[in-house]
Unconditional design. Structure first.
Length: 403
């Protein structure tokens, strides 16, 4: 009995000591937010030998996150915006390397087809930038489009750019793979919520369960929640908007809406994009124009009848074979837009060791690897600040410039 009591006492002391150590452990960098930006930041920092803690209140790429959901486009075309074209190139290399190393085939090379009513200035800028950056592409005229993609109604579409090596990232699982691999490289992951009243403390933050987390640097990559966590700095500079996505069932036995017959596609002027039927989930369609501003904690996650009807009308017009196809799945998420669509990477104005990272603005997912690399370089003092990503460049009214 004495030995049993001693064993119990020893176990209690050990548990108490472990808890104390957990509560007092210090890190080089604590990353708050395990979406695509936070996950890749933790990955790059841990690969460089830093002691990294990655936190998320709900889990990596959870259902309410801008990084959640099943699929995201990775494409190289950005008009004349060479910065983002080169980031996409760099990111695709890193995504592929990760998927090869982890044996997770989470990139599908569907190709990406840009459709435009005419060969205008923006289209020419895209062509020039793709050529300058060495991106493989080809140009299709109306007759070529009709012959190659008869399932698309190309009425009033005279010009297209096709990127054969771009495609789709399987988003939620891709972020989980990044987090898992970061942990293999020494990072720690924990599900925990930061108490917002202590979010910008100089040397530590406090979780809602009372844990104090100490670190030399803090990265807050919290997507649509950035404005709520730092209301004095970002409430008027991050614009979370409601975005609705729909999946249509292809006709039975019809493979023309699956890759390779159907690529990922974007209509320039219509501000509509979509993806082929991937993993039998359905033909995806979404509108890229910004929806109403919402609270990511309280907005309804049910698609509205009005948006569903809009999607049905568009599909019936542009993809006639899907006119009577049912919607088999829908999703409501959000963009977290900055005023221009440029990303946010900058120090907190009054906390030198706190970095604010976000503003994915609907196009950020593909850039996760390049963003993580960039943030790691910033924290470690290896890169000058990019003016386009600065807090000072973020205005309080939206003038979208990046698509």
């Amino acid at each position: 009995m004495a030995e049993e009591r001693n064993s119990c006492v020893a176990a209690a002391i050990s548990k108490s000591w472990q808890l104390k150590m957990a509560l007092t452990k210090s890190y080089d960098v604590a990353v708050v937010g395990a979406g695509v930006f936070g996950a890749w930041t933790a990955w790059h920092l841990s690969k460089r030998g830093n002691r990294v803690l990655l936190l998320d209140a709900y889990g990596p790429a959870h259902a309410r996150a801008s990084s959640g959901g099943e699929s995201r486009i990775i494409r190289m075309g950005y008009g004349g915006d060479e910065l983002y074209t080169r980031w996409s190139q760099r990111s695709l290399v890193q995504w592929k390397e990760l998927f090869t190393a982890t044996c997770k085939p989470l990139f599908q090379e569907t190709g990406v087809l840009w459709l435009a009513h005419r060969h205008g200035p923006r289209e020419q800028l895209t062509v020039d930038t793709l050529q300058r950056c060495g991106v493989t592409f080809k140009i299709l005229d109306h007759a070529q489009l009709v012959a190659t993609y008869p399932q698309i109604n190309t009425e009033n579409v005279d010009f297209a750019i096709f990127e054969p090596h771009s495609g789709v990232l399987l988003a939620r699982r891709a972020v989980a793979a990044v987090v898992d691999n970061a942990v293999r490289h020494g990072a720690e992951y924990r599900t925990a919520e930061i108490a917002t009243e202590r979010a910008s403390a100089q040397g530590s933050v406090k979780t809602t369960t009372g844990e104090i987390i100490s670190a030399e640097y803090f990265v807050f990559a919290c997507g649509s929640w950035l404005g709520k966590i730092f209301p004095d700095v970002l409430a008027s500079r991050i614009f979370p908007t409601r975005q609705e996505v729909f999946f249509f069932a292809p006709p039975p036995g019809d493979s023309s809406f699956s890759a390779p017959a159907m690529p990922t596609w974007l209509f320039q002027e219509d501000q509509v994009y979509g993806m082929p039927d991937i993993e039998s989930r359905g033909f995806k369609i979404a509108f890229d124009h910004h929806g109403p501003i919402v609270d990511p904690d309280t907005q309804s996650r049910f698609a509205s009848p009005e948006a569903a009807e809009q999607a049905r009308d568009y599909v019936a017009r542009r993809f006639p074979a899907l006119r009577n196809s049912p919607i088999v799945e829908s999703r409501v998420c959000q963009y977290e837009n900055t005023s221009s669509g440029d990303f946010l990477v900058d120090r907190h104005p009054s906390r030198e060791n706190v970095w604010l990272v976000g503003g994915g603005s609907g196009h950020g997912f593909k850039h996760g690897p390049a963003m993580g690399e960039h943030v790691a370089d910033q924290i470690l003092g290896e890169l000058p600040v990019e003016p386009r990503f600065s807090l000072a460049s973020k205005e309080t009214s939206q003038r979208r410039a990046v698509y």
